[in-house]
Design a protein around this ligand. Sequence first.
Ligand code: NAD
Length: 254
Amino acid sequence: MKPMRVFITGASSGIGKGIAQHLAPDHEVIISDCSAAAIKQAQQDLKRQGCHVEAQVFDVCDATDLAQLRKMADENRIDVLINNAGIQYVKPLEEFPPEKWQQLINVMLVGPAMTTRAVLPAMKANNFGRIINIGSVHSLVASAYKSAYVAAKHGLLGLAKTVALEVAAANITINTLCPGYVDTDMVRDQIKQQAEAHQIPESTVINDIMLKSMPKKEFIEISELAGTVAFLMGPYAKNITAQAITLDGGWTAR
Ligand code: NAD
């Protein structure tokens, strides 16, 4: 595969940072995140591991940052956009603060739509583009108390199907990875919160709540997502578009 320029959102930690680490040896990777301190730290961490990446402060909800992304794509080419930034908030709908609900939708649905909007003109001009959304098993099924997250992640599939139709003639594909639980800071926070809320040990949250949904009884590894991203960037995936690609240890088989 020829080296590509890859822009990843929300890449100062977890899945985004891990995908950057995986791709950096073969591609030009730009990691971005809304936290300036965190993205600089991530760049340094990756450098220590021998991975050289560009780093950019970028908030997927900020109009100025989005205009900057459009400019960057127009001037410097972006072959691959990975819409990864995400946040979680867990509450029954009637207790869910409206501004939190809106924020989750903004970060995980409006954000990816706007980043995609920003890179499409240049991708069309280059007659090449690969857009990969990091969705979730919650793009396909629900869990109680995650209404905003589930709605945003389901919405990503509709966004991808629509954009896929609009750009198919320009050799641009857009797909959504749908992982079950991945062992990241986001999930570790949820484990801690649930253990405190239910007054149970963290191991009980992991085994009896989280992995209960996953018949293979193991968290998805970031390397599995990174390998799938690399596959979607490659030549054998050129006709795979508008798809939900599920890595869930059997969760959605039931
Ligand atoms: P994470 O918290 O480690 O990473 C999310 C990153 O997004 C953070 O670095 C955060 O600073 C950044 N971010 C938040 N708001 C932003 C904004 N407005 N603009 C730019 N960046 C912003 O979590 P993660 O587990 O690595 O999650 C990455 C993606 O994977 C998310 O979309 C998440 O929904 C999805 N996902 C995670 C899991 C899991 O189990 N960890 C499972 C399925 C899907």
